[in-house]
Design a protein around this ligand. Sequence first.
Ligand code: GRF
Length: 192
Amino acid sequence: MEKSTGLKKVKTAVFISGKGSNLKNLIKFSKNKKYRFSVNLIFSNTYKAKGLKYSKKYKIEKKIIRYDNKIITDKKILKILKHKKIRLICLAGFMKILSKYFIKKFKGKIINIHPSLLPKYKGLNTHIRAIKNREKFAGCTVHYVTSKLDAGKIILQKKVKISRKDNHFSLAKKVLKKEHLIYPAAINKILN
Ligand code: GRF
């Protein structure tokens, strides 16, 4: 990852498919001068993503492109990213798998937040699985994106204790709070 130099912030795109609480949180942190990135583009594969509302609220450009054909869509996105001089992509609840072509083009500059202590519980329904397996801890991980799902190099992780009273909703809530702490910190870690 190229480091950020001087006071210039690294132009970042956040990719979402849903609620966008991580997006909102990243936008907030990006306004602090200690954080070396700015959110310049919000991308979604669906109009239904609730987080798209932050485009208007924070005056950040948004692009929505449906994934009818992965390669064509990925090429379209790459063109937009180039035009906007985006240097970092943060996946935040983005429910599509990027093509190998895309990942190669943006090699080392795509990161993701995942709601588990990777390498445990890759993929979906992480909290349900962790509870079912009677794990003592759950957590979240920020990692680089490679063509292998949830398997890229880990940047930061945070643990939370699973209590006996937890169900997957309460656990998701607890973990999300930690996600909001480690995502901006992980970005600064790779940029500094
Ligand atoms: C988060 O739990 C994140 O770890 C996962 O999807 C969820 C997105 O939440 N990849 P939000 O849309 O940022 O609120």
